[in-house]
Ligand binder design. Structure first.
Ligand code: ATP
Ligand code: MG
Length: 223
């Protein structure tokens, strides 16, 4: 039996004192498990991903990842924890504007002190960006920038990949390439937390979690 990797207890998030985005969420995710998250717009999906990826703090409740209570970590500790464990593919991408595609992908490796340019080029090839290695973000289309972000999120082989509509801006062919990369990461034993409005993509997961109005309304699947 695989161990619990992410444990969420009574997690609530209230914005601006009155918008209750998440209401007492309880959830356990095993290591290596792919959980797809679906639900209407505004139901709290991105908010949940923000909490788990340590980008924002809960109003109340507990999140522990790999046995570590992340609510107690300082900002610096959170940043390091995220860099070591979590790959992020988010709706807004944050590429460094003055670095090339290749340099952006290499950046997380620099922080970890282990730069493998060949591997970065290999991943950029796999997202269909091998021909634009030396372009800066403003010279790339939105979907191309997203693919660079996806390559960057995978460069340190994260134990947890957190993805918010990762194929949302992509055409079918490139969407497929990205999904194949996510599948590979899952096959290598890493956990995936993926928000999608596409039920076919959601079904690729081990389980499907539905969030409605800030609460888990159902969880189906093999785990
Ligand atoms: N930074 C914020 N400040 C105030 N309210 C916010 C903030 N972020 C989200 N909200 C509100 O919290 C609720 C949940 O938003 P969230 O972004 O989690 O929805 P979502 O399920 O990801 O929707 P979508 O499918 O449209 O991306 C919404 O009512 C939203 O308006
Ligand atoms: Mg969202």
């Amino acid at each position: 039996m695989s161990k619990i990797l992410i444990s969420i207890e009574n997690l609530s998030k209230i914005y601006d004192e009155h918008t209750i985005a998440l209401k007492e969420i309880n959830l356990k995710i095993k290591s290596g498990e792919w959980t797809s998250i679906i639900g209407p717009s505004g139901s709290g999906k991105t908010t949940l991903l923000n909490m788990v990826s340590c980008l924002d703090r809960p109003s109340s409740g507990l999140i522990s990842i790999d046995g570590k209570n992340i609510s107690n970590l300082s900002r610096t500790e959170l940043t390091r924890f995220r860099r070591e464990k979590i790959g992020l593919i988010f709706q807004q991408h944050y590429l460094v504007p003055y670095l090339t595609a290749l340099e952006n992908v290499l950046l997380p490796m620099y922080y970890n002190g282990d730069v493998q340019e060949d591997f970065a080029i290999q991943i950029l090839n796999r997202v269909g960006m091998g021909h634009r290695l030396h372009s800066i973000p403003t010279k790339l289309s939105g979907g191309e920038q997203q693919r660079v972000c996806i390559a960057r999120s995978m460069i340190n082989k994260p134990q947890i990949l957190i993805a918010d509509e990762p194929t949302g801006n992509l055409d079918q062919k490139n969407g497929k390439k990205v999904l194949n990369l996510i599948k590979d990461l899952h096959d290598e034993g890493n956990a995936i937390l993926l928000v999608t409005h596409n039920l076919e993509i959601a079904k690729l997961g081990d389980s499907i979690l539905e969030i409605v109005d800030g609460k888990i309304s159902s969880k189906n699947g093999r785990s």
